[in-house]
Ligand binder design. Sequence first.
Ligand code: ADP
Ligand code: MG
Length: 234
Amino acid sequence: MERIISVKGLRKVYPMGKERVVALDEVSFDFIRGGIYCLLGTSGSGKSTLLNMLAGLEKPTKGEIIFNGKHIEKMTEKELADFRQKHIGFVFQNYNLLSDYTALENVELPLIFRNVRRKTRHELAKKMLTAVGLKDRMYHKPSEMSGGQQQRVSIARAFVNKPEVVFADEPTGNLDTKTTIEMMELITNMARENKQTLIIVTHDMEISAYADVIIHIRDGKIESVEGKTNEETN
Ligand code: ADP
Ligand code: MG
């Protein structure tokens, strides 16, 4: 099976006044293309730090991140920005939608960055919003939608480019139980349908049940790995 992201000896230290916080300590792991992964751990364990590094949003203090064969820890900010646009989608806890734009415009945004023609852009974004159940909310702005609906828009935006990897940091943190289940099914079904790799951060065991592989994070380290990994490691 093909590796999509490998991390080796990853370490992240944040300065905190005169102190230093070791947020990640010697983390090594291989993510396989098409897998659904969960980074599970309590608050402050280093989950978001790891996710941000895998996604090229933050640089490690030490170690390697090889994404699709490329060392992303060596890329410049400009190279990283291009890389993210081409290969990565994001879903955030607070949705991160642009408040002045309609659902349709928010979903079109990643396609604008990739110079997709206007007509194609509209078609793709509409198709995506229909797929997430928002056919009749396309022209609404975020403030006119519920939390669950806003997260559907952000899921549509994350997937519209068909990125190889979708990252989600506590994607259901602000949602009720029923909506959480709907969102998790939506996200995992989409990823499986398109054979995309999905990496979800959560502190919630119930969310981790949707993953193929659960990576337990504790004090900046991988404590254990649970689930169907691959033939090589089994
Ligand atoms: P989690 O997502 O598991 O809650 P984080 O990855 O956000 O944990 O944080 C891990 C540790 O690193 C925590 O102790 C946190 O306080 C610290 N940390 C995270 N980001 C920063 C930062 N920008 N500056 C200083 N310390 C940070
Ligand atoms: Mg976090």
